[in-house]
Design a protein around this ligand. Structure first.
Ligand code: HEC
Ligand code: HEC
Length: 212
């Protein structure tokens, strides 16, 4: 009997957690909370400057996690220091739902190194153990929203390349101020980026900027 009750509690706990993550956000309420974000991330999350990531159309679950990580300091974004302190978990979910409901304006790729970038995206680098990106981020670059795998397609190459270098730094030197280490206990992205060189990073980031 005890076992059955415990089992039920586990199932219930799981479903409550999922409800919070997937159905927590109210896009209309979120929009009202984004006035100060627009200065950097643009109207509707379509930033005009390559050092500020586009948020439009990004998966809600991924966005919610990033906002929680930035607020707690697990992901360091100097430009946003203290900015999320006044927001509750519900506020962050609402903001995530708002940006997820918007449509990205593609950054666009340069012709140069496009083939090399595509080959890394779709096939990885077998010699150095870099996995293909398609499996998690999807062939079209839209990611896997329910799984929390971010959409990449259309993002500024400069931002994408910076993240890949930050994950690579996180793999080798996690205490470094430039390291990004919020990819979970499995270190998924630190594992991916650990063996990428700068030429590969620039090429795949450029390819991604035009991927849809
Ligand atoms: C002063 C400029 C600035 C303002 C204002 C700002 N941000 Fe940011 N934000 C940044 C920068 C820069 C980064 C990327 C840092 C990096 O390169 O890792 C970022 C990253 C993010 C990310 C991670 C995106 C991703 O793809 O992982 C989210 C989400 C985000 N910001 C949301 C917000 C929200 C919501 C607000 C308003 C409450 C806001 N930001 C206000 C500069 C700003
Ligand atoms: C096994 C799954 C997996 C593979 C393979 C993978 N990724 Fe990721 N990637 C993730 C996950 C999960 C995250 C989100 C980490 C987090 O929650 O902070 C992520 C995050 C990213 C980000 C940060 C996005 C942002 O908006 O800040 C970039 C850039 C990225 N991946 C690029 C790549 C590239 C390029 C490849 C191929 C060379 C690749 N990934 C392969 C799972 C994967």
């Amino acid at each position: 009997m005890k076992k059955i009750i415990l089992g039920f509690a586990v199932v219930l706990g799981f479903s409550l957690a999922s409800t919070f993550t997937f159905a927590g956000g109210d896009a209309a309420a979120g929009q009202a909370k984004t006035a100060m974000c627009a200065g950097c991330h643009g109207a509707g999350g379509n930033s005009a400057m390559a050092n500020f990531p586009k948020l439009a159309g990004q998966g809600e679950k991924y966005l919610t996690k990033q906002l929680q990580d930035i607020k707690s300091g697990d992901r360091k974004v100097a430009e946003m220091t203290g900015m999320l302190n006044a927001f509750s978990d519900q506020d962050l979910s609402d903001i995530a739902a708002y940006y997820a409901s918007q449509t990205i304006q593609m950054a666009g790729a340069k012709e140069e190194s496009l083939d090399r970038g595509e080959s890394i995206y779709r096939g990885g680098n077998i010699e150095t153990g870099v996995p293909a990106c398609t499996g998690c981020h999807s062939p079209s670059g839209q990611g896997n929203a329910p799984a929390g795998y971010p959409a990449l397609g259309g993002q500024f190459a400069q931002y994408t390349a910076k993240q890949l270098r930050a994950f690579r730094t996180g793999a080798h030197d996690p205490k470094n101020a430039a390291a990004r280490t919020n990819d979970g206990d499995n270190r998924v992205m630190r594992g991916v980026a650990a063996h990428m060189n700068d030429v590969e990073i620039e090429a795949v980031a450029n390819f991604i900027a035009g991927l849809k």
